[in-house]
Design a protein around this ligand. Structure first.
Ligand code: ATP
Length: 281
């Protein structure tokens, strides 16, 4: 993967395709905690006057497909921030120094984009943070990982001493908090951890409703029953259920999604046939 380019930039906030917290079903606690943290980012002056240390990093921790990426996008919209997306695996290279160089480049770009926005804010979202931020000294080619992780720490620490008035917030996502290097969790780095867990029944219902809202449902459909039957499903699984049900309806020549289509879709997703093929946002 020596030549993998670094495609990270995506401007978010206000655009017609942007996601808001209302598009995320369930996760009430996580949303509340995240919004509370983002309110400091929206009012940096106020926070500064109170002597509150600027928020540098928020960690979203939880299983795959629970809406962590959606949360980060909603956060960018909420703060009117430029939004940059990267994945931990994009920093892993076989040549020493390349990963660290990419981290530097990412933050430089973030500051540049922040400067162009009225909010003077950028959010960097790093998915699979454990790949980049795993415990130092535990990898076979640890030298490269160490340099990359160290560079991330340097960038996050350095943000507070910068004279320019831009804010760069890092939102990391992981489903393996246990693997993260403890240096990442120190004050001034990822000092907020927001748990994004699998949805309970009520949350599953909300998520099903969200994904069904623009689709024609037959009268016999009972989303409540589907929510009850889908214990252990993530938001991504539930999205797949609705999508599979629509496909089943189409295949059967119906123009509405019926109860039988949904039941078939639940079985299909439960069998795991499509678990690995859910769309990435
Ligand atoms: P991963 O850790 O695998 O990257 P993730 O937690 O970032 O997963 P998302 O990429 O945000 O998960 O979610 C994938 C898709 O699943 C979303 O695009 C959406 O369609 C659906 N989804 C997941 N969680 C929710 C939710 N809480 N409400 C509505 N839709 C959801």
């Amino acid at each position: 993967p020596g030549s993998r380019r670094f495609e990270v930039v995506q401007s978010e906030g206000g655009g017609p395709a942007s996601i808001t917290f209302d598009d995320i079903g369930g996760q009430e606690m996580a949303k509340r905690e995240l919004i509370e943290a983002l309110d400091f980012v929206r009012q940096p002056e106020r926070a500064r006057r109170l002597g509150i240390r600027p928020l540098r990093g928020i960690l979203l921790a939880g299983p795959p497909g629970t809406g962590k990426t959606m949360m980060a996008r909603a956060a960018a919209g909420y703060t009117d921030a430029a939004f940059l997306v990267a994945s931990g695996s994009q920093f892993v290279e076989m040549y020493a120094g390349v990963g660290a160089q990419r981290v530097r480049e990412l933050f430089r770009r973030a500051r540049q984009l922040a400067r162009q926005r009225k909010s003077r804010t950028a959010i960097i979202f790093i998915d699979e943070l454990e790949v980049l931020g795993g415990q130092r000294g535990r990898h076979t080619s640890h030298l490269e990982y160490d340099q990359t992780l160290n560079q991330l720490l340097v960038e996050m620490d350095g943000m507070s001493s910068r004279v320019e008035d831009v804010q760069v917030l890092v939102i990391g996502a992981t489903n393996r908090v246990d693997l993260l290097d403890s240096a990442l969790m120190r004050p001034g780095r990822f000092d907020r951890v927001v748990r994004v867990d699998l949805p309970d029944r009520e949350a599953r219902l909300q998520i099903l409703r969200l994904h069904a809202r623009n689709r024609p449902l037959a009268e016999d459909v009972d989303l409540d029953a589907i929510a009850r039957e889908t214990f252990g499903f993530s938001g991504a699984h539930l999205e797949a259920v609705i999508n599979e049900a629509a496909i089943a309806a189409l295949r059967a020549g119906r123009d509405r999604i019926g109860a039988a289509d949904l039941r078939e879709a639940v079985d299909k997703v439960m069998l795991g046939e499509r678990l690995d093929r859910r769309p990435t946002p």
